[in-house]
Design a protein. Sequence first.
Length: 194
Amino acid sequence: MSGITPFPKTHWTTLAPAMRRQAGFHAQLAGHRLHGPLKHYWGEASRYIGDDHPFSLFLAAGVPFELTERPAPNGWTFLSDADAAAAADGKLVSRGTRFVCRSTAGATVGGLEPCEETLEAVFALKHRMLPTRPKVPFVENDEAAVLAWYPSAQTALLWNPRAERTTFLVRCGTQTREVALGALESALLSDLYP
């Protein structure tokens, strides 16, 4: 939708129920903040270029994430190519987080951890970090899934970005929940206590 051209009327049979469902999720999560060991950071170096090329595939790892305004004191912070270059040059400094950049960013000095932008590489990073992760829910199986964690609500939002029905195993502390979601479907998982 361009903003000028409306969606065709036939689209609303799908959009309207999905929008009502998402509005219900929003009502339950309003005022709560995302929390997770994976961080998404968009730094000054990215803001000055036309193609910031963010590294955001990690969102599909099934591990909670949060957005940060500056480098975090913990976790793994995924950087765009421009921010990775700034970190390699010493212009962007970690406050305790581990900076992760694409292996193709060409910036592997200064404590940057290279990671290919593939699901397989993101899942491998997920398995390396899980033993050291803070107590958060996560998707145990290696299926593309977005998991947003709202600890003050003891609730997670699980989204299936795939075009087919998928079953996810969500682990939180000693609990494991099996959740089947249809294509592009999402669900709230309440009463999660790590």
